[in-house]
Design a protein around this ligand. Structure first.
Ligand SMILES: C[S@@+](CC[C@H](N)C(=O)[O-])C[C@H]1O[C@@H](n2cnc3c(N)ncnc32)[C@H](O)[C@@H]1O
Length: 400
């Protein structure tokens, strides 16, 4: 665990799940720059006594620092309705929320010192300070700014932050188009701030998210069906080539069984499992709330409003009842800012082994060069190539 130094003291912060081999810290220079600015702004510190929203806080460093600042503010200067004015963190990530909970606790704060909202929750009615840790996905930023725009007012202080590599002209144009006039700070330790002044004269148009597309004609039972994508979801514009190979290779199965779409994204794989076997019960799992909302919308649009399925926010299969799944379908994340590139895949494979009953199967699609077959053979003692093309392989491992 590492300590972040702030003007109001040091904070112990860690990512979630904690991994001793993960050298990455739970905050960076962009978080520090923003926190410093709140205290040292030219013209005086930013008034945090109103309704404060933090969007995109990766591991809860900002929320923990702000909750600490409010907790040590002398009572006379605290907001009158303190319970209403706890910082609101808006996050798309289950892992980010878990990290925030753990970081609050590590620093002696109550779990409810911060209100944890997902990107799908209704924003607070009125926002006086909006802090934005610029997300990797411009689409997610677009969707979230559209959702928040009706809740800011001309006096709202809007400050964005990010590493210089994360802030592009398109990022600034987006703030300008959806909220109002925007400028940036000088870069400090490769981080930059964004200052935006919400204005009444902005004509932002409608939020373009969610979007839909039709699947190609060669993907089995889901051919030609429509997939719903909320902003930021994997393959939101078109079907991924790996997913396509998996859909084309899926086994025809019958009888009652419990299928898991692990890392479901827009839910296209779990939908195929549900439509190809009317007796299957499907659980869709993802750590992204945008993904789960997409999977649910995709499933409802194609399987019907009454069809049974579960949509679960989780770190893979960490909380799944052991020995109960018959089939796990998985296209693991391969490039992620959330730690070592194959760490999540490895956790997903381990979790699958624990979640499967004896005789149950894990089907994985991945880039050839990732060498997932080596990992699966080590873990399951077997692994067979079901399908392949020049770029991808579909692998099957059976729990013996
Ligand atoms: C490569 S995408 C596959 C999405 C979808 N199954 C498809 O094939 O289009 C991987 C998915 O895993 C999710 N994910 C990443 N880390 C996760 C974790 N720790 N637990 C659950 N899901 C996770 C991502 O949000 C993403 O939706």
């Amino acid at each position: 665990m590492d300590r972040m130094t702030t003007a109001r003291g040091d904070l112990d912060l860690a990512r979630f799940p904690q991994d001793p081999r993960d050298p990455l810290r739970a905050w960076d220079a962009a978080d520090e720059y923003l926190l410093r600015h709140l205290d040292e702004r030219e013209g005086g510190p930013v008034d945090l006594s109103g309704s404060l929203v933090v969007l995109g806080d990766r591991w809860g460093a900002l929320a923990t620092a702000l909750a600490t600042a409010l907790a040590i503010t002398p009572a006379a200067h605290r907001p009158v309705h303190e319970s209403m004015h706890r910082p609101v963190q808006i996050s798309d990530s289950f892992l980010g929320q878990q990290a925030t909970r753990a970081n609050l606790e590590r620093n002696g704060l109550d779990a409810d010192a911060v209100r944890l909202h997902t990107t799908r929750d209704a924003p607070p009615d009125r926002i006086d300070v909006l802090l934005v840790r610029v997300p990797k996905s411009l689409a997610l930023l677009e969707d979230q700014l559209h959702r928040l725009a009706p809740h800011v007012h001309e006096g709202t202080v809007v400050v964005g932050t990010g590493m210089v590599t994360e802030i592009h002209t398109s990022t600034l144009t987006l703030f300008e188009r959806v909220l109002g006039p925007t400028r940036t700070s000088l870069a400090v330790r490769k981080a930059r701030l964004i200052f935006c002044s919400p204005g009444p004269e902005v004509s932002r148009g409608a939020n373009p998210w969610p979007r839909s597309y039709a699947l190609p004609a060669d993907v089995g039972v889901v051919s030609g069906l429509t997939v719903v994508n909320h902003a930021g979801v994997f393959s939101a514009e078109r079907l991924d080539a790996g997913t396509r190979l998996l859909l084309r290779s899926l086994p025809a199965r019958t009888g009652a069984e419990h299928v898991v779409d692990l890392g479901c994204g827009n839910g296209v794989v779990g939908l195929a499992a549900a439509l190809s076997n009317g007796e299957a019960e499907v659980t869709f799992i993802d750590e992204s709330y945008q993904a789960l909302a997409s999977a649910e919308a995709t499933f409802r649009a194609n399987a019907g409003a009454q069809a049974a399925a579960r949509f679960v926010a989780a770190d893979g299969l960490a909380d799944f009842p052991p020995g109960t799944a018959d089939l796990v379908l998985n296209n693991p994340p391969f490039h992620t800012h959330r730690g070592r590139t194959d760490a999540t895949a490895w956790r997903m494979f381990n979790g699958s082994r624990a979640a499967l009953r004896r005789g149950g199967e894990l089907w994985v699609v991945g880039n050839r060069h990732l060498g997932y077959h080596v990992k699966l053979r080590r873990l399951f003692g077997n692994c067979e190539i079901v399908a392949s093309d020049p770029k991808f392989v579909v692998l099957r491992a059976v729990k013996r």
